[in-house]
Design a protein around this ligand. Structure first.
Ligand code: ATP
Ligand code: MG
Ligand code: FE
Length: 342
């Protein structure tokens, strides 16, 4: 039967319903971006409070838009971590109370497991055996997944996540918060080849590093007067973005080759980036690799991906312990091994 997914790990209050057959029936998101924008980043206290104010209304809307009533639900899935403690607790407590009141099973899902599950939302027949690149605000992880769901972490970033590089670069360019989408938009008006930024592209390693790039932008902008920057801002954005996405593309396809698989999934907020999507699509076509990038609404934080991962976990028999607490940090492999024992 239908599973309700709840996501409150950061600054999106989200609820979604997935049907037993994997069809998404509703996907409701309330973003707190306007709450945090003037602080230039997510303020944990404000995030918790906004989740508390919104969670009931958002969940009710997810049920309503799915055309269901509460009694139709067969299970609840909730993000257990990683994320902000106070934010996670709101979703976790709400989901626990709901499952208890309805007397239905509940499962805790890792936020990363959710992002990964989003690769199969639109295309359930996408191969199980693949390389997965998770690129988001807090993560840049390359995984290899086997046919049986066994998951290996191949590499991650040594410093900043790709999304962080986007957000910090955008901030330096005066583009506001969250910066990724704004930088993407500005870069579309620029020439990616005009101003070149350093790429951390050591061929032997699949690991990422973006802190040098950030510093390089800082140096470039230092002492530049505003009129000059205004004239080249779009080219700077395009060059900076190119340095991030070209490394992501290169390493992802290197991993595909090394793992001997024929499929690549790219998920997480940064997978919404238009230049990254274009370069991935072109390269996949050229190399005959099957590519899955979620539709835009499933790239950034949402609850459809939590409902999808939860539906798999529930049918694999996984359950949330009664005394489960929010997990601010989580092993990047937990609990991925059983994600697809459907
Ligand atoms: P995590 O999933 O690692 O816990 P998160 O949940 O906070 O992080 P996501 O919603 O998964 O974040 O991704 C948000 C990130 O994606 C932000 O860094 C944002 O700037 C970036 N992002 C969103 N859209 C784009 C875009 N079009 N281009 C580049 N970056 C983008
Ligand atoms: Mg967010
Ligand atoms: Fe996320």
């Amino acid at each position: 039967g239908p599973v309700l997914g709840i996501e409150t790990s950061c600054d999106e209050t989200a609820a979604a319903v997935i049907r037993g057959d994997g069809t998404i029936l509703s996907n409701v998101i309330s973003s707190q971006h306007s709450v945090h924008a003037r602080f230039g980043g997510v303020v944990p206290e404000l995030a918790s409070r906004a989740h508390i104010e919104k969670i009931e209304e958002i969940a009710a809307r997810a049920i309503d838009e799915a055309g269901l009533s509460w009694q139709d639900l067969a299970g609840v899935a909730v993000t257990e971590g990683p994320g902000l403690a106070g934010a996670l607790i709101v979703g976790l407590n709400y989901a626990k109370a709901l499952a208890f009141a309805l007397n239905i099973p509940i499962v805790g899902v890792s936020h990363l497991e959710g992002h990964i599950a989003s690769a199969w939302l639109k295309d359930p027949s996408f191969p199980r055996s693949c390389v997965v690149l998770v690129v988001s605000g807090g993560h840049t992880h390359l995984y290899h997944r086997g046919q049986d769901g066994a998951t290996r972490l191949l590499a991650r970033t040594r410093d900043d996540a790709a999304g962080e590089a986007f957000d910090k670069g955008a901030q330096m360019l005066g583009l506001g918060f969250p910066g990724g989408p704004a930088l993407d938009k500005l870069a579309q008006a620029g020439n990616p080849g005009k101003i070149r930024f350093p790429r951390s592209m050591r061929k032997s390693s699949l690991e990422f590093s973006f802190s040098g790039l950030k510093t390089s932008l800082l140096y470039r902008l230092q002492g530049m007067d505003k009129a000059h920057l205004d004239g080249i801002r779009a080219d700077v954005a395009a060059g900076y973005q190119e340095a991030i996405v070209s490394v992501l593309v290169e390493k992802a396809f290197t991993a595909v080759g090394r793992c001997g698989v024929a499929a690549l999934a790219v998920v997480g907020g940064v997978s919404a980036n238009s230049r990254l999507r274009a370069l991935l699509t072109e390269r996949a076509h050229r190399e005959g690799v099957l590519l899955s990038i979620p539709p835009l609404q499933y790239c950034t934080d949402n609850a459809a991906m939590i409902a999808a991962a939860g539906r798999n976990a529930l049918s694999a028999g996984r359950r949330l312990a009664d005394d489960a607490e929010a997990l601010v940090t989580m092993d990047p492999l937990s609990p991925l091994q059983v994600i697809e024992t459907v």
